[in-house]
Structures are given as C-alpha cells and as structure tokens.
Design a protein around this ligand. Structure first.
Ligand SMILES: Cc1cc2nc3c(=O)[nH]c(=O)nc-3n(C[C@H](O)[C@H](O)[C@H](O)COP(=O)(O)OP(=O)(O)OC[C@H]3O[C@@H](n4cnc5c(N)ncnc54)[C@H](O)[C@@H]3O)c2cc1C
Length: 298
C-alpha cells in the first residue's frame, strides 16, 4: 500500500514526489510515456531559476536523479482508471495499486496543426510558448498561427522584439478581444492574414518557412513559428468523477479537487499560467496538502 500514487512524471509530479518522500511518505509515480513530460522535448530552457541555460532533457534528468536518490518508486505504466474511496485504487495497463491519496499531475498537450514533420520541428523553429522561446527570435521573422486571445497576446509580445510578425488565422477575422485587436493596429511590423490555413511546413531539420492557402498558395520564409491554437488538458482519467471546467481542466482550490484525498498539480488544472515554475509550485502545494490529509486521516 502506498501513501500516495502520483499520476504523471513531469515537473509537477516529480516535485510532489520529492516533497512527499522527504516527509517520510511511501510514494509511487506512474508515467505512461516520457520521464520529464512536455519539457523533455525542448532543446533549450532559459527561465528556470538556477540554470542560465539548460536543455529540457537535462533539466528533467537532474530532477529525476533527485527522485532516484530518494528511492521513490517509478513505473512506466498507463493509468487507465481510478476508483475513489478511503482506500483508492489506481488501475494501469499492467497492475492495480492501492493507496490512501492520489496526485493527478497528468499535464497538457499543445494542439498541433496536423502537418507532416510537425512533431520533429518542435523546438527547431516551431514553438508554442512565447514567454519561453520568444527571446530566441530577436530581430527575426516569425509567424503566429491562431487569432484568439492567447495568439494575439503572443503577437503583441513578439512584435516588440521581432523584425516582422505574420499572424495566420483560418477564420475570416481575429477572434480575440477588441482591445487586443486595437493594440495590433498600431504595429507596423505585424501582417495579419485571415481566411488562410497552413498547408505545409518547409525545412527538414529546422523550420525555414510555411506554405499557406486561401484561394491560392503562398510561401512565407520564416525564422520561427509559434502555434497558438490552444492546449488540450490530459484529464480524461478524471472526467467521470472529478469536477472539470468547460475546457476540461481539473477544477481545484489550492490543488485540492472536489474528491477527498485526490489532489491535482501542474498544467492539467485550471490556472492562468502554465510554466515549469508554476508546475513545480503546484507540485509543492499538492504534496503539502496530501501530507496534511494523510496525517489527519491516521
Ligand atoms: C516544446 C515545449 C517547450 C517549453 N518550454 C518551456 C520553457 O522554456 N519554460 C517554461 O517554463 N515552460 C516551458 N514549456 C511548458 C512546460 O513544459 C510545462 O508547463 C510543464 O512541463 C508542465 O509540467 P506538468 O508536470 O504539469 O505536465 P507534463 O510535463 O505535461 O507532464 C505530465 C505527464 O503525465 C503523463 N501522463 C498523462 N496522463 C497519464 C496517464 N493516464 N498515465 C500515466 N501518465 C500520464 C504524461 O505522459 C506526462 O509525462 C514548454 C512546453 C513545450 C511543449
């Protein structure tokens, strides 16, 4: 019997595990795919305190080393189902585990365009997060794909550092708030192209440009591209017994869900900013709340 089973071995899940193990709790982390989660695929991180510059895989490995040093159990298994109760059951593709508490740290995935070679170009000219990677494109030419609020916030930020920013929107107008649209109209280095979809990414190892299509195709040379068409929370596991918001993020109050003894941390929960540091922050809070829950349940 574990005190806590953590679903997801990203930054949030590993941070939770470190706090729990150091408090003497018996912890198991279950991960279905990659240790480190989303950041493991990023070639460069420059906004994690303590490191001027580090690759995502090295950062993940460093944190994982801490997890290993604390003798925390980690299994590569896909969690398929959770049964709530005083003793909870976590059912994977291989095993059933019993535990007193659960932390859901299942993260989120950026929505992709569905184009050939897209996944290979992530981090190599193709990005999602302007706060993370925008600074690499000072005085360069970039495109933002999308026309909603987060896309246009990204465009505004990039237009302050880039030589030129293209905005490619599939609908016939931007769908962002009017105030954001007004800010755009004052920028002479921004070109908005509506009613157009990206049909092809140019570049094998590194993104060199895109082909967009309205009635005719047009090729645009780029140094970088930011896809801003939303995130998909990995919350399907919780969907039939935990409250979610309308976008399927797990609702929480200080990382506590509506189910006793089940906590949530990281990108899969409702919050405004999804970053490494906020994932680590949630890892800490969820662990502290789980420790409190376990100690008062004794
Ligand atoms: C390319 C890229 C670059 C980025 N760069 C930066 C940056 O420079 N700075 C920054 O602050 N942020 C950056 N981010 C965002 C940052 O990576 C995330 O905010 C952060 O990693 C979220 O951590 P997490 O632990 O909440 O979730 P995740 O990293 O998504 O981890 C969740 C884990 O849970 C696992 N999981 C999900 N469901 C199950 C299940 N049913 N069973 C078992 N396991 C499951 C997943 O496989 C995944 O490994 C970047 C993101 C990407 C994609």
């Amino acid at each position: 019997m574990h005190d806590v089973v953590i679903v997801g071995c990203g930054i949030a899940g590993m941070t939770s595990a470190i706090y729990l193990a150091r408090a003497g709790k018996k912890v198991l982390i279950l991960e279905r795919d990659t240790i480190g989660g989303q950041i493991a695929s990023s070639p460069l991180v420059e906004n994690f305190p303590g490191y001027k510059s580090i690759s995502g895989s090295e950062l993940s490995n460093n944190i994982y080393e801490q997890v290993e040093n604390l003798n925390i159990d980690v299994e590569i298994e896909d969690v398929l189902k959770i049964e709530k109760g005083d003793i909870k059951k976590v059912i994977t593709d291989d095993n059933t585990y019993e535990c007193k508490s659960i932390i859901l740290a299942t993260g989120a995935k950026y929505r992709l365009l569905g184009l050939e070679n897209e996944e290979n170009l992530i981090g190599n000219g193709l990005h999602f997060c302007v706060a993370c990677d925008g600074a690499f494109y000072k005085d360069k030419v970039v495109a933002v794909i999308g026309g909603g609020n987060s896309a246009i916030v990204n465009v505004n930020a990039l237009s302050d550092i880039c030589r030129k920013v293209y905005v490619i929107q599939n609908l016939d107008d931007l769908t962002c708030e009017l105030s954001l649209k007004r800010q755009l109209s004052n920028k002479d280095n921004v070109e908005v192209i509506c009613s157009s979809v990206v049909t092809r990414l140019i570049g094998d190892e590194f993104l060199e440009g895109i082909v967009i299509k309205n009635t005719e195709e047009r090729e645009i040379k780029l140094d970088g591209m930011f896809i801003s068409i939303g995130l998909v929370p990995q919350s399907e596991l919780a969907s039939n017994f935990i409250d979610l918001d309308k976008y399927n993020y797990i609702l929480s109050d200080d990382c506590k869900t509506n189910v006793d003894g089940i906590f949530v941390a990281g990108d899969c929960r409702t919050k405004k900013y999804r970053q490494l540091t906020t994932a680590a922050n949630d890892g800490t809070i969820s662990a502290m709340e789980a420790i409190r829950y376990l100690d008062t349940c004794k």
